[in-house]
Design a protein around this ligand. Structure first.
Ligand SMILES: Nc1ncnc2c1ncn2[C@@H]1O[C@H](COP(=O)(O)OP(=O)(O)OP(=O)(O)O)[C@@H](O)[C@H]1O
Ligand SMILES: [Mg+2]
Length: 573
């Protein structure tokens, strides 16, 4: 007996539906896509019981004639493409003719529609893929699609749906992602007849950002634009301080289609590089506009993944867009500038090591004798306006700013300064090396031994000379001068561990060495600093490329405006 048979149309369409529709939110996404393709500028979504009871989408788009209405629930029926070649430059959201038949095969669906140039509209009822009725109906122009009892005929599927609250959250997410890309379209969302979101149309993309990302985030965002070969990027970037441990606030769009794309996410993280700690994601919205022929949208059943023909250009354009935009945030934007005006720092001779590289400064900063000893030689302070207040716990620098308090993490700040000067030094192959008079003996594990053997030439470039002494013992013969008198044992073990860590390897060997060196070479928390040293540290910080974060992405400073402080003390409410 033959084992292979053709599945019935009913089973086949349920299988197809399973790929397109997996929960109420995917129905909402498909219906909103259709409304936008139909040219609607007003879309209202209503759900009940997390969309498990009802999903209704009402639009004022072009509507459908009776014949089209009958056809739209057939598989592979679409008005959006005609030939196979159209598939390679899809300009609409839909192109497969799959969404409505899929939805109709797993629910009780009712579609009421009227094109604006026809007097009478039509209502179609279809249940579990079976046509129940089609009749003339009086209705506004546009289309209303009501999807009831999703998966009523596939109990196994229905069982997998989550609590109404969770499904509602997914619907809100899908709805918001769509609305973010179409500020010119009015969007409404109601749950059990209660309005959840009401977004009037606007010609200002910022209004949408406000409504969906929250005022605080939206106001902090900077807008960035960049053009590449047949590519335009528009990005809205929240500062790195607002980053999150999940990537749920990274929104990526290709020709206004919301997508999830690892390459683009990676590019965004790369653009924020060193401003984010490991495992953190920024809040960012990135719109990619490209010639539809340059991107394949037909790679995933939910159309949420795409393939770029020139993914390298996409990657690089996004990175450069974000990098440039974030580096526009100069200390002046952040507010260091007024503090650094000459009259506010140190007025006498500018510090003895002002012209020296940072590592000399690190040396001096570590010296046990305070550089400024007597009270009399303290820099004069302004009574009002920006000034250095002093140190807190020998760890944080406190400054009075025009608008409040600035707290600087001295270690993080110096780490950034040292890192950048080391990097510059490395570029010019000028990392200062100090030979140790008495080589330092070091015991390594077998694994570390192999690693050090392999990398010893590379480490030499940084001034770290390790010589094999026999067995697992190595001699540390020279070190980068900047490190002065660090704990060799702990420095080397951290360095080797960091370099052997695969997850860090992506950052690149030399960057990892520089980071560990900067961390160990920078002044520590708990180190007392004179006012002069503090002033000098701030000047140097001001000169760095990324004065906001240490090389590991930790923030360097935090500001508290008078307003925030006054709120804290309930002087204002
Ligand atoms: N809201 C609407 N207003 C007007 N016409 C619509 C609407 N929704 C669907 N249609 C018509 O029904 C057709 C079928 O819709 P369906 O979503 O099944 O397929 P599609 O959008 O063409 O492709 P895809 O399966 O990729 O979404 C569409 O091509 C369109 O002509
Ligand atoms: Mg569609």
């Amino acid at each position: 007996m033959n084992a292979i048979r053709i599945l019935s149309e009913n089973v086949a369409s349920q299988i197809a539906a399973g790929e397109v529709i997996d929960r109420p939110a995917s129905v909402v996404r498909e219906l909103i896509d259709n409304s936008i393709d139909a040219g609607a500028d007003r879309i209202a979504v209503e759900i009940e019981n997390g969309g498990k009871g009802l999903i209704k989408v009402n639009d004022n788009g072009v509507g459908m004639s009776r014949d089209d209405l009958l056809l739209c629930v057939e598989r592979h029926a679409t008005s959006k493409i005609e030939t196979a070649s159209d598939l390679f430059s899809v300009k609409s959201f839909g192109f497969r003719g799959e969404a409505l038949p899929s939805i109709a095969s797993v629910s009780r669906t009712e579609i009421v529609t009227r094109p604006h140039d026809q007097l009478v509209g039509h209502r179609l009822k279809i249940s579990g893929g079976k046509l129940i009725a089609i009749e003339a109906a009086g209705c506004p122009d546009g289309t209303i699609i009501a999807v009831k009892d999703l998966f009523y005929n596939i109990p196994a599927r229905r069982k997998f749906l989550r609590a109404a609250r969770t499904e509602t959250d997914h619907v809100i997410d899908v709805f918001s992602r769509a609305a973010l890309a179409f500020p010119d379209v009015g969007f409404k969302l109601a749950d059990a007849k209660k309005s959840i979101l009401n977004l009037p149309p606007s010609d200002q993309p910022l209004h949408r950002l406000h409504a969906l990302m929250g005022r605080k985030v939206a106001e902090s965002m900077i807008e960035a634009r960049e053009e590449g070969v047949s590519l335009r990027i528009t990005a809205y970037l929240a500062p790195a301080e607002m980053s999150r441990t999940r990537g749920d606030r990274v929104f990526v769009y290709v020709n206004r289609r919301h997508i999830r794309d690892r390459l683009v996410t990676k590019a965004i993280l790369e653009g924020y590089r060193q401003r984010l700690m490991k495992g953190q994601y920024p809040q960012a919205v990135v719109f990619i506009e490209t010639d539809p022929a340059q991107v394949d949208v037909n790679v995933h059943p939910t159309k949420q993944e795409v393939r770029f023909h020139n993914s390298r250009v996409v990657f690089q354009t996004i990175v450069s867009c974000i990098e440039k935009a974030l580096s526009r945030r100069t200390p002046a934007d952040i507010g260091l500038e007024p503090l650094l005006r000459k009259e506010n720092v140190y007025q006498g001779e500018i510090s003895p090591f002002a012209a020296e590289p940072a590592w000399h400064y690190a040396e001096a900063a570590r010296s046990p004798t305070p550089l400024v000893e007597s009270e009399a030689s303290e820099p004069p302070l302004l009574r009002e306006g920006p000034q250095i207040i002093g140190q807190l716990g020998n760890t944080y620098i406190l400054c009075q700013m025009e608008d409040g308090l600035l707290m600087v993490d001295q270690h993080a700040a110096h780490e950034r300064i040292v890192y950048e000067s080391l990097k510059k030094g490395l570029k010019r192959s000028r990392i200062e090396i100090q030979a140790l008079l008495i080589p330092y003996k070091l015991e390594l594990s077998k694994k570390e031994r192999g690693f050090v053997h392999e990398k010893s030439e590379q480490l030499k470039r940084f001034g770290i000379e390790l010589e094999h002494f026999g067995g697992n013992t190595f001699l540390l013969r020279s070190v980068p001068a900047i490190l002065g008198e660090v704990e060799w044992e702990s420095f080397l073990s951290e360095l080797i561990a960091e370099l052997m860590d695969d997850t860090a390897a992506a950052e690149g060997f030399s960057d990892n060495v520089l980071k560990v060196m900067a961390c160990h070479g920078a002044i520590r928390a708990g180190h007392r600093m004179s006012r002069e040293e503090i002033g000098h540290l701030l000047i140097r910080l001001n000169e760095t490329e990324i004065p906001t974060n240490c090389p590991h992405g930790r923030p360097i400073f935090k500001r508290f405006t008078y307003y925030e402080i006054e709120k804290m003390f309930k002087r204002v409410v």
